[in-house]
Design a protein around this ligand. Sequence first.
Ligand code: FNR
Length: 193
Amino acid sequence: TRVRALIFSVSLRTGSYNNRLAELAARCSARAGADVDLAHISDWPVPMYDADTERADGPPPGLLGFTDRLAAAHALVIASPEYNASFPANIKNLIDWASRLRPQPLARKQVLLMSASPSMSGGNRGLWALRVPLEHLGARVYPEMFSLAQAHQAFEQDGDLKVEALATRFSSTITEFLSLVEASVHYPCAKQH
Ligand code: FNR
């Protein structure tokens, strides 16, 4: 089975470093042999979660757009900025909406987290925070994460990473993650009776 990976960035900013990182992850995953669905959080516009809206209108179409593409994927890769030592509100809102559906769209989904920031920490605190709601919902969040520090000077014109050691670590993080996903696709847990 070819691993199908849904990859998306959470930043809405033109020229976003996280968008570039997501695009690089998509190229790297495709080179590694995965079937890539490169998306963006703006593909799935949803209002701020409100139980009254949910009761009146049901799940918003943007949410179902997300969960359809998620259901078609074995693996999820998210590139997220760090805002104030955490992750941006738009991804929390999408997760909150998704958590209302049954079966849980994020349960048992294998997830790789990455971030990019001009800071020296590369937005890594945001990823530690993002693990919490994902793991709460039963997602299998890969232990290793990739945080790109000094992102404003990290990319080549063609979108690759300038520093060779970083480029190597980026691709090995992705290929090791995809190998783990592939193993779980080939050896699914037998149904218990
Ligand atoms: C930031 N930024 C930021 N960076 C960081 O490393 N740690 C942080 O806590 C924050 N906090 C923060 C809050 C808010 C409201 C904004 C707008 C920005 C800077 C952030 O990393 C920078 O804007 C990146 O360029 C955002 O990622 P994209 O949009 O380039 O993908």
